[in-house]
Design a protein around this ligand. Structure first.
Ligand code: LLP
Length: 415
């Protein structure tokens, strides 16, 4: 579904006009559509209907409590990578037994807390982590459910920074060593082997890499079965891409259909960890043009959002669509849309043909995933507000940071 559309010359989020939101909450502000988030989640859940499954939203993509709560109300699970994300999910009403805990660097504290609340599964990424988890679980007198995150060595064909399933990546356990590590896991008293996990990368726009990885995981579960290790679930991670420009990623329903056909009647439950495909196109970053600056070489639109608010263009050379909230007549120019930060890399978009005047509002599209969550306070800029739109209502689900908050934890040296 399209969460954002034009009516009467203005861009709307569901039933709310964006200029009204800018007036009420200021800019820069992230604006999310509840209906879009729900529809994207349901595309996964509906396609998995009739078989045991968990759709675990990858909290790293958007960890706002309001957003997590929308998903928790639908019965979503969550994929977390830190104690902080765990506490967010619980605060948002998520159920602990629907949480999978991923990440290469889990601390003892992380493990303790996750065991206390009773997560569904730990996705373990190394033998040392396995031994540590055994120790912590033994101290607490608990049994930790584990999957090993295997690295199936498939090329996801995506940006190198967000590709994770190749042998040279830091993630997971080489699939060729996985049987030996599973054998060790099965020996450990306080662990219970429940699954096999992988995540091969993000923003994948075709199915073959996912299906190659799946085939390798299925072959592994069969080899494990001959050793008496029964796998109950396969976790295929996240990674389904979205359209930023002209990509044509597969639909979640088609992806899941293809997976279901391949696992047939093996009795395996399926777990997915989608992040981007649930929230990316549910959000825009609303920003206002502060200045137009015309030089001999370039035309710049200096806006009030910057790389600290949205780092994807600077970090991954990501192309994000930028559209006028109230398009108007006038001469167009090819603008670089840049922020106020003192770095040449501080841009949101380059070479965009727009007719602009000072004070115009712009929407940076597809910003619901890896937008706010990657923001920082660089240049002592408070982080943006976040607003969740539900029909014709808008809720401020995170207020803008004040300047005082930014240095509240700091102190002067004693005199
Ligand atoms: N599961 C694991 C173990 C992951 O590492 C990730 C993402 C996901 C699930 C969710 O993947 P998704 O469905 O969102 O593709 N900041 C980058 C993306 C980094 C992705 C990291 N891992 C960006 O802005 O493109």
């Amino acid at each position: 579904m399209e969460a954002f559309s034009y009516r009467d010359g203005q861009l709307f989020a569901e039933g709310v006009a964006l200029p009204a939101l800018a007036q009420r909450f200021g800019t820069p502000t992230y604006v999310y559509s509840r209906a879009h988030i729900e529809a994207q989640y349901r595309a996964y859940a509906d396609a998995l209907d009739g078989m045991p499954h968990l759709v675990c939203f990858a909290v790293k993509a958007n960890s706002n409590l309001g957003v997590l709560n929308v998903l928790a109300r639908l019965g979503a699970g969550f994929d977390i990578v830190s104690r902080g994300e765990l506490e967010r999910v619980l605060a948002a009403g998520g159920q602990p037994d629907r949480i999978v805990f991923s990440g290469v660097g889990k601390t003892r504290d992380d493990m303790r807390r996750a065991l206390e609340v009773g997560v569904h599964c730990f996705n373990v990424e190394s033998t040392d982590e396995l031994e540590r988890l055994q120790q912590v679980a033994a101290e607490l007198g608990k049994k930790a459910p584990v999957s090993l995150r295997v690295n199936p060595d498939v090329d996801a064909g995506t940006h190198p920074y967000i590709s994770t399933g190749l042998k040279e990546n830091k993630f997971g356990i080489d699939i060729d060593n996985a049987e030996a590590v599973y054998a060790r896991a099965a020996e450990l008293q306080n662990l219970e082997v429940v699954g096999v996990d992988c995540h091969i990368g993000s923003q994948l726009t075709s199915l073959p890499p996912f299906l190659d990885a799946l085939d390798r995981l299925l072959a592994l579960t069969e080899r494990l079965a001959t050793r008496g290790i029964q796998i109950r679930h396969l976790d295929l991670g996240g990674g389904l891409g979205v359209r930023y420009r002209d990509e044509q990623p597969p639909l979640a329903g088609d992806y899941i259909q293809a997976v279901r056909q391949r696992i047939e009647d093996r009795g395996l439950a399926l777990v997915f960890e989608p992040g981007r495909s649930i929230v990316a196109n549910a959000g825009v970053l609303l920003t206002r043009v502060e200045y137009l600056k015309h030089t001999a070489h370039k035309d710049f639109a200096i806006v009030d959002a910057a790389m600290n608010d949205l780092i994807r263009p600077a970090l991954y050379q990501a192309w994000m669509n930028v559209i006028a909230v109230q398009p108007h007549e006038g001469d167009t120019r090819r603008y670089d849309i840049v922020g106020p930060i003192c770095e040449t890399g501080d841009f949101l978009a380059k070479d965009r043909e727009l007719a602009l005047v000072e004070g115009d509002l712009l929407a940076v599209c597809s910003a619901g995933a890896y937008g706010f969550v990657m923001s920082s306070n660089y240049n002592t800029r408070g982080r943006a507000a976040e607003v969740l739109v539900d029909g014709d209502q808008a809720f401020e689900v995170r207020r803008r940071e004040s300047v005082q908050e930014l240095y509240a934890g700091e102190s002067l040296l004693p005199t």
